[in-house]
Design a protein around this ligand. Structure first.
Ligand SMILES: C[S@@+](CC[C@H](N)C(=O)[O-])C[C@H]1O[C@@H](n2cnc3c(N)ncnc32)[C@H](O)[C@@H]1O
Length: 237
């Protein structure tokens, strides 16, 4: 179900040691102006939201995430921004009090992997197919017609181990499974294991992903992926 509780205390140091480039992510988001009501699904500890809120003032920013310990860190990080709200929710039961004109997920609930010249495939933190349908159905309710849904693009996942900025050793291991893969995240310090987190992901080939999103009114916008960190969908119905 995409719960990140075990990883939350170490998430920021792992991610800001080169795993994601938060400035570049926000550069890409800003290309989609104008928008006034922004929603991030799977906002984690709020690293993207902080960068976004610092760089661009909009009427409202909302972040939702199902892992309370990730959101607690986000609350602390984002408490200075009075246009920003956080909510502990699973997107499959999303309930919000307004509609948004820009929604994005980067490494959050859903994202795409592009491996060289191959077609993108959708990766979901939600392993159950019916729950994925529910997630897009709920999300669709809180997006105005003509609004933009941006789902992040990542490179292929592989097994590796590397030292991060504080000298600890981060490693990850990918095991294929039926309908997707299981990813194991580890952190160790001086030979001692500090953290182990396992997340199961469901994958959809591009045709199935477009069909799934299309069912809930999201139309893929064909454009070059070069220098892009998001695939763009427009809510057409
Ligand atoms: C890899 S983190 C990405 C966090 C953030 N977007 C960032 O770039 O640092 C994935 C986040 O998605 C959240 N998540 C996974 N499945 C979810 C769901 N069904 N509903 C809401 N949040 C979910 C997890 O709790 C986790 O915090």
């Amino acid at each position: 179900m995409g719960d990140y509780t075990n990883m939350s205390a170490y998430y920021d140091v792992i991610m800001t040691s080169g795993y994601y480039d938060y400035k570049l992510i926000v550069d890409n988001l800003l290309e989609h102006e104008p928008y006034q009501h922004v929603l991030e699904i799977g906002c984690g500890t709020g690293l993207i939201l902080e960068e976004l809120a610092k760089r661009k003032h909009v009427e409202s920013i909302m972040g939702v995430d199902l892992t309370q310990s990730m959101l607690s860190i986000a609350h602390e990080r984002l408490k200075g921004f009075n246009n920003l709200t956080l909510s502990n929710q699973n997107v499959t039961q999303l309930s919000l009090d307004k509609q948004y004109d820009l929604v994005f997920s980067y490494g959050g609930v859903w994202y795409f992997v592009i491996d060289g010249d191959r077609e993108p495939f959708l990766v979901s933190h939600i392993a159950d197919p019916v729950a994925n349908e529910q997630g897009f159905a709920q999300l669709s309710k809180f997006m105005i017609k003509g609004s933009t849904l941006l789902l992040g693009i990542q490179g292929p996942h592989f097994d590796y181990e590397k030292a991060i900025s504080n000298g600890m050793i981060y490693s990850q291991k990918i095991d294929p499974c039926e309908d997707g893969f299981i990813k194991h995240y580890y952190l160790a310090d001086k030979g001692q294991n500090l953290m182990a987190q396992t997340v199961q992901y469901r994958t959809y080939d591009f045709k199935s992903a477009q069909k799934l999103l299309g069912t809930y009114g999201f139309e893929y916008q064909v454009e070059s992926h070069k220098d892009k960190l998001f695939l763009r969908f427009i809510k057409v119905s």
